[in-house]
Ligand binder design. Structure first.
Ligand code: ADP
Length: 443
């Protein structure tokens, strides 16, 4: 039967020798029949015309493994895994090859990666060396251990105690987050009933210090979710050389700690167009990020993805496709009511006299939330000094805050100098209309 199939395939190939799928079918049939050398020859023909053909490379690596040419298999597999980082069977084959080649610690690394993708995996030989004793419940324990070590590395994994009440102003942004990501998480069936796809993330952009990170943390607190905060620069700096893998581990960690808000700061560092960066992300990392976001290999159900950037214009349009950052929200400097409530939040539970919040809010145009926090910090320092001098605690008064306001320069204006140019001259499909509106520039 098999013999006949192989014969037919050979005949067909004579008629169309350039037909690559056909040649691959023949090679697979030969491999399945343990006819290694013939299979090897066919795969090599394919690679002559398509040097990056994944199936042919994978086939060759299996052959070399079977022929105990482990170091050759390793070279091919390491290459392949760059292209297909989440292919469990390739990861397993690489791990086995490394083990036979006496590279135990690398073997362990790849086995762990495969286990992360599929915790139910079992491989007796690898288990014997790398995981004792081999039993399915152990897989879970191993997994947990592994995740704990990643958690330690991330360190920023937390259960926030702040919620939306701790975020002043930003009503529109809060509403968007509620509708776009909180409600779907709490009522997935309702969204499905209306045929609305759940998933995707929100990208927050705007001048620094205006509460993007604070809001992301509060979103987690609002629904009692875990919060993982990742700076893309950390992924690039701390984990250089293994960024793709670390990124995958971060997403895996979030998937196992649902509900979870996974927050990426400085997301513009993933922008391929950046030239002014110390080093920007490479294509593989960007693709890895997009694949993880799409959740094709593993479901992102229960993971809320939020991104933040001060420079959205560096991001490729691929990030804005449906299911990715398909909502882009401008987080603007707080308006007068926003500043009023931010000041109240910042002074909550502090020793205060009666404070004229409305007056202070009016006196702080262009102040970001972070600037207001600096005002409060300076005031408190002064008050402490005064309290020590006088020997009794001194409550904070409106005029103390006013004195501090004079010392702090509002920081948001500078950002708008740059943003304005992008909004005027690179405003793809009105992406930055909100900036123009804020600056009261007519479109
Ligand atoms: P961004 O991520 O936009 O650069 P952050 O969220 O880090 O800004 O803001 C810095 C600090 O300023 C926060 O930790 C918080 O104390 C304060 N802050 C900013 N915006 C707000 C706000 N809307 N409500 C309360 N505090 C705020």
């Amino acid at each position: 039967m098999q013999e006949e199939l192989i014969q037919n395939l050979r005949e067909a190939l004579k008629l169309s020798p350039q037909n690559i799928p056909l040649r691959l079918t023949l090679a697979e049939a030969l491999l399945g029949n343990n006819r290694m050398q013939e299979a090897e020859a066919e795969y090599k023909v394919v690679l002559e015309s398509e040097p990056q053909n994944i199936q042919a490379k994978a086939g060759l690596s299996k052959i070399y493994f079977a022929q105990e040419k482990y170091s050759t298999a390793i070279v091919i597999l390491e290459d392949l895994i760059e292209l297909k980082p989440n292919d469990v069977s390739l990861l397993m084959l690489l791990s086995r090859s490394l083990l036979r080649n006496d590279e135990k610690s690398k073997a362990m690394d790849y086995y762990k990666r495969a286990l992360q993708l599929n915790p139910a995996l079992l491989d007796e030989e690898l288990d014997q060396y790398l995981r004792k004793p081999a039993a399915p419940p152990q897989a879970q324990g191993e997994m947990e251990q592994l995740l704990e070590s990643i958690e330690e590395e991330v360190r920023s994994m937390e259960r926030p105690t702040v919620n939306f009440d701790d975020v002043g102003g930003m009503q529109k942004v809060k509403d968007e987050i509620k509708i776009k990501i909180i409600q779907p998480l709490l009522h997935p069936e309702l969204y499905k009933a209306y045929g609305k796809k759940v998933g995707g993330g929100i990208l927050l952009y705007g001048p620094p210090g205006c509460g993007k990170t604070h809001l992301a943390r509060a979103t987690a607190g609002q629904i009692n979710a875990s919060f993982i905060s990742v700076g893309i620069h950390d992924v690039l700096d701390m984990w250089s050389g293994q960024s793709e893998r670390k990124l995958h581990e971060l997403f895996e960690l979030a998937r196992r700690r649902t509900p979870c808000v996974l927050f990426f700061d400085e997301i513009d560092a993933l922008g391929a167009s950046r030239s002014d960066m110390r080093h920007s992300a490479n294509k593989t990392l960007i693709n890895q990020f997009l694949t993880e976001m799409d959740g094709l290999d593993s479901s992102n159900e229960g993971v809320l993805i939020l991104g933040a950037t001060n420079a959205p214009w560096h991001l490729d349009a691929a990030f804005r496709r449906p299911g990715r950052f398909d909502r882009i929200i401008f987080v603007q400097p707080p308006d007068v009511e926003g500043r009023n409530s931010i000041l109240k939040i910042l002074l909550k539970e502090k020793p205060v006299d009666s404070i004229d919040y409305a007056a202070l809010a009016k006196q702080t145009p262009d102040f970001s939330g972070a600037d207001l926090r600096a005002v409060v910090d300076v005031t408190i320092e002064d008050k402490l000094r005064e309290s020590f001098d006088k020997g009794i605690p001194q409550p904070i008064r409106t005029k103390d805050l006013q004195a501090a306001i004079k010392q702090i320069k509002p920081s948001t204006k500078e950002w708008f100098n740059t943003a304005r140019n992008y909004a005027l001259y690179a405003n793809d499909s009105g992406l930055y209309d909100e900036i123009l509106e804020y600056l009261k520039i007519k479109k």
